[in-house]
Design a protein around this ligand. Structure first.
Ligand SMILES: Cc1cc2nc3c(=O)[nH]c(=O)nc-3n(C[C@H](O)[C@H](O)[C@H](O)COP(=O)(O)O)c2cc1C
Length: 394
């Protein structure tokens, strides 16, 4: 929504209004032209979260699980071809973050997340998924061929637990308790890694957390100051209910971790410009997103290897499902990795590459996140329904 006539006539900037309103908490009378605030998780964009459905075909139920996976900026860069004995996962290269993911590395991590939910849902429903990654080679949109065979063995308790967490998993951007890391965290996360190419670093000591936090805030500042990255970051934000319903993707105000008053007024005022929105992101990163009991980094041996990115995405998704099941919150915090990609893509000095590699203790950091006890529950993000992204074949 562009500036209302009233806002313009009074010479007020949208940013000043937003700040003043949120800070004072005074009663607000609807300004002419402002949008009506809408409740969180309301409408068809959130319907896919009512999972599992009564769908009796496991392959279609599994696609319903796959679309609930995490993806960078909620881009949902996936398509599915479905038949009773096979599900194929494809990348939708048009759903790309541009300069925010210049190497398309995060896109492949997100596709790995979807593959993990797909495989878990099949295994939990009596189907063995035989997965072939990148059957047409690393550059092709065909990400995975999943052959399905009936599996008489009951799902293990571990698989059942992860599967049950699928509709409850949400990226939580609220403040987390800053005390010690949850007991046994590193061991529990390590136990979820089933591929020797993926390594885990957990930063739980106060000094390590301080360093990760400071570098992440600096990387956020660098992204916001990089006009191309900031523009491509902002492009996916959905502020109005009409936009959420139309696109059913992207980050939203309700998922931002902002308090109730800020979300309320933000919905009324509609879209902010990229610069203002970037400043809010820096402030949220400083005040809220970098609070945590621990930060963690997943790395792989070859950072540019598409198969390793997919495997790493699967493991991240598994970790988030595990955390959800035991009452812990998680949020990816990939600003450092995004700047590392940018430095690689443009041949820039390794301002963020060096500290990130040092923090990870590895050359190939892929997925950075925080874990902890949140002060508030997270809201769900919109999803494009199965009917928009999957077709029946064969
Ligand atoms: C590869 C990847 C990178 C991500 N990076 C970030 C990030 O840096 N900051 C953040 O807040 N969320 C990040 N996310 C989380 C997504 O924004 C989130 O999954 C998406 O908005 C959907 O929301 P949901 O996870 O609650 O379903 C990332 C997710 C993936 C898969």
């Amino acid at each position: 929504m562009s500036s209302t006539p009233l806002v313009r006539a009074r010479g007020l900037t949208r940013r000043a209004l937003f700040r003043g309103a949120a800070a004072s908490g005074v009663a607000w009378v609807l300004l002419p032209g402002c949008d009506a605030p809408y409740p969180p998780e309301d409408g068809p964009a959130y319907a896919p979260w009512r999972f599992p459905t009564d769908e009796s075909r496991p392959e279609w139920l599994a696609v319903g699980a796959a679309i609930l996976a995490a993806s960078p900026h909620n881009t949902q860069p996936w398509r599915f071809a479905v038949s009773p004995d096979r599900v194929d996962l494809f990348a939708d290269f048009d759903r790309h973050l541009g300069a925010m993911d210049g190497l398309r590395r995060e896109m492949y991590l997100g596709l790995g997340c979807a593959l993990e939910n797909l495989a878990l849902a099949l295994a939990a429903n009596g189907v063995h998924p035989a997965i072939t990654l990148l059957p047409e080679g690393p550059d092709d949109a065909h990400i995975a061929r999943v052959d399905l065979t009936a599996d008489a063995a009951a799902a293990t308790p571990d698989i059942a637990r992860l599967y049950r967490a699928i509709p409850d998993r949400h990226t939580n951007r609220n403040a987390y308790a800053e005390g010690a890391a949850p007991a046994g965290l590193a061991e529990a996360l390590e136990a979820l890694i089933d591929d020797p190419r993926v390594g885990l670093t957990v930063l739980a000591r106060a000094a390590d957390r301080r360093r990760f936090r400071a570098e992440t805030i600096a990387a956020t500042r660098a992204i916001v100051d990089d006009a191309e990255m900031n523009r491509d970051n902002h492009r996916w934000f959905r502020t109005t209910q009409a936009d959420i319903e139309r696109h059913r993707d992207g980050p939203t105000l309700d998922a931002s971790g902002n308090g109730a008053a800020t979300r309320f007024f933000g919905k009324m005022l509609g879209d902010l410009d990229a610069e203002t929105s970037g400043e809010y992101w820096v402030a949220l990163t400083r005040d809220q997103h970098t609070t945590a009991g621990a930060f963690a980094l997943l790395s792989t041996a070859a950072r540019d290897d598409r198969a390793e990115q997919l495997v790493c995405g699967r493991i991240y998704q598994r970790m988030h499902l595990w955390a959800t099941g035991v009452g812990l919150a998680m949020q990816p915090l990939n600003q450092l990795a995004e700047r590392m990609d940018r430095e690689q893509a443009l041949g820039l000095p390794p301002r963020f590459t060096e500290p990130l590699v040092a923090l990870a203790g590895a050359d190939g950091p892929q997925m950075l996140f925080r874990v902890g006890y949140p002060w508030d529950a997270a809201f769900a993000s919109p999803r494009r329904p199965v009917g928009w992204v999957a077709e029946e074949v064969g």
